[in-house]
Design a protein around this ligand. Structure first.
Ligand code: NI
Length: 144
């Protein structure tokens, strides 16, 4: 390899390293929540290990659905999320709490009229309405 080629390779590696370094910054969750109002539409704020970190504002009723291959994490930053299951149970997830819904388990998130701030952590391919397609399904998620 020519010296010039080697230099270029080293330079490119350094640039990539710098790029990655620039991306290591804290992300303020509440600040990100202030950037959108649309309900039931997840917004991406980060990615790692093939997964997205998403924020979603929830109000009133969502659709019944399940995720065939993915467990789903809900983390509440504001308000109380109500998660309904087919066995008739409704689980309350309060501010500062998380709930993990195992794959294949049908669930319906809803709220008691308040807007709930929710963080989701799931594989990139996961659709928020799972295997159910409804008018609420958003296929292309945006970054904020
Ligand atoms: Ni779900």
């Amino acid at each position: 390899m020519l010296a010039a080629e080697q230099d270029l390779k080293t330079q490119t590696k350094q640039q990539l390293k710098n790029k990655n370094m620039q991306e290591i910054n804290p992300i303020n969750i509440m600040e990100k929540f202030s950037l959108f109002d649309k309900q039931w539409t997840p917004h991406i704020i980060g990615e790692l290990n093939g997964q997205y970190v998403k924020l979603c504002k929830l109000k009133d009723d969502f659709v019944w659905h399940s995720h065939e291959h993915e467990d789903e994490l809900f983390m509440v930053f504001k308000g109380t999320l109500l998660m309904e299951f087919r066995d008739g149970r409704t689980v309350e997830v309060k501010e500062g709490e998380i709930l993990i819904v195992p794959k294949g388990v049908e669930h319906r998130p809803h709220t008691n009229g308040e807007i709930v701030f929710n963080l989701l952590f799931e594989p990139k391919a996961t659709l928020h309405t799972g295997t159910v397609e409804s008018e609420m399904t958003v296929k292309e998620l945006g970054w904020i």
